[in-house]
Design a binder for this molecule. Sequence first.
Ligand code: PGA
Length: 250
Amino acid sequence: MRRRLAAGNWKMHGLADSLAAIADLSAAHPDPACDIVICPPATLIHRAADLVLGRAVSIGAQDCHAEDAGAHTGDISAPMLRDAGATTVILGHSERRADHGETDAAIRAKTHAALRAGLLPILCVGETLAQREAGETLGILSTQLALSLPDEARDHAIVIAYEPVWAIGSGLTPDPDQISAVHAHIRAEMSARFGTEMAGATRILYGGSVKPANAASIFAAPDVDGALVGGASLREPDFSPIIAALCASC
Ligand code: PGA
């Protein structure tokens, strides 16, 4: 059985006073039937991790460098994130691909770094609207998975997040049956490369405009093991009903 996962991606949002939202979330879900992780900006990771110590909520990061240490001004390595209290790291988000020119090869190196450091990678893949309209969705996802997953993933837990670029922050989502079809494709690709056991254990999240109003229908779709939530994860009153819908679907 795959334990379902609700992951919040705060992106470049959050100052010290936002820690209250993490405290509220953690208090609202003392013993959830699913895993919960919040990925705040790097500046809050240490304080957030202290805040949730011994609680059900864990803390993740939104990116890491491919090397463990070195002359890379402004970058943060996977061992540093682990040292600060992160358990998880989002990698390959489409905003990083677009804003920082991250290639699949760069994401593969980062994913390997995360695994070396003992972090759980949440690897994001997804098609643009033009690619979807051209009927290229499954092919694009196959390529992204093939090039951005290192061979070392075989021996580790890893999470894949299917995030159609056109659904992120737009209020648009694919139909639940379209999400299921894509997730089944991702699992088949994982199975072909890493074997059925690893593929069966891999959690596949959906991300892109998940809200309290659409969460239950998305979580009822076969092969959806949780969600990567952006905007609706910033406030406890928005994220809690999504977590409740996920736990109710377990
Ligand atoms: P959204 O973002 O929920 O605000 O659409 C999702 C994401 O980018 O992970």
